[in-house]
Design a protein around this ligand. Structure first.
Ligand code: OOG
Ligand code: NI
Length: 299
């Protein structure tokens, strides 16, 4: 099988920062290990990872996607979130061993003049598409780019103005391209854990807080994609002038992908990723975004 060493290194770099920022990741993996759901952390199947961006001409998904398309991903479906003023696309990976990617962007043009001008005052510091200046054959260059500030450190007052109008905008102005979540596939786990209903029970037994926006279980109308997520963990942000303030960081998601009706008679041992419900679902995603919203984190 073809190898993807640059992609693997970039993914590892993302996951290592994410594990540091989100103690729930290790907490959940340790609880899974303790209960025999997995032998080692390597047994986890990462269903997908997600990023957020500001939709301005020189940034946004059009810029961000170039990285992962270069590394072997393919752009798939588009999703629109009217109320939240977001666009999103998903990307299928080069192999079954790699996670899907979900990337969203804020429709900055649709915000109030005030919020738009605050965002532009930061994003205008990026004069041209920064991905065009990267060497995409160098994992270290990509890794540094994904974890460096794209614009100056925001002020707490700008953060609060954005938070009042768009929680997504506030999240991105501080967190930028930090991994928003990774997603544990539950359908290949031992039977006691292999549905979202059972996995949520396990999480709650261990004290993890589940996003309940629209209910704790998000199910696609076709019944094939069932998701849940933790509530984002708080990070102590350092705003301009050294002001510290607690804000939402990242969270963990869980996905159950059911076998498609046309493959229902396949023996379990033959079921691969391609036999299960693929892609995403607008109604599910709309509520999962709220994992970082204060309506969940302050609950
Ligand atoms: C992404 C929310 C949507 C999914 O799997 O549908 C999502 C985000 O919070 O940025 O992850
Ligand atoms: Ni997700």
């Amino acid at each position: 099988m073809k190898r993807y060493p640059i992609l693997d290194e970039v993914l590892e770099g993302l996951m290592s920062r994410y594990r540091q920022r989100v103690p729930d990741v290790t907490g959940i993996l340790e609880a899974m290990q303790a209960e025999g759901a997995i032998g080692s952390f390597d047994d986890i199947e990462n269903d997908h990872i997600a990023f957020r961006t500001m939709g301005v001409p020189q940034l946004g998904v059009k810029s961000f996607e170039k990285i992962f398309i270069h590394l072997g991903y393919t752009r798939r479906d588009f999703y629109s979130f009217e109320g939240k003023k977001l666009n999103a696309w998903w990307y299928s990976p080069p192999t079954d061993k790699h996670p899907r990617i979900f990337v969203s962007e804020l429709r900055v043009e649709d915000l109030s003049t005030n919020a738009r001008e605050i965002i532009r005052s930061y994003t205008d510091e990026v004069k041209s598409d920064p991905v065009d200046a990267l060497n995409l054959d160098q994992a270290a260059d990509i890794d540094a780019f994904l974890h460096k500030p794209l614009w100056r450190t925001p002020t707490l007052s700008d953060y609060k103005v954005l938070l009042a109008e768009s929680e997504y905008a506030a999240w991105v102005i501080y967190n930028r391209y930090y991994l928003n979540h990774f997603t544990i596939s539950v359908h290949n786990l031992p039977e006691r854990f292999n549905t979202i209903v059972r996995f949520n029970e396990f999480l709650e037994r261990h004290g993890f807080k589940i996003n309940d926006a629209g209910g704790k279980i998000k199910e696609s109308p076709d019944g094939g994609l069932i998701q849940s997520s933790t509530v984002a963990q708080t990070i102590q942000a350092q705003f301009a002038g050294g002001e510290a303030y607690p804000i939402s960081g990242s969270y963990v998601e869980f996905a159950e992908r059911r076998v498609l009706p046309q493959f229902a008679s396949l023996p379990a041992s033959e079921i691969r990723r391609e036999h299960r419900r693929d892609g995403f679902e607008t109604g599910n995603a709309d509520k999962i975004f709220e994992s970082t919203y204060t309506s969940q984190t302050k609950r």
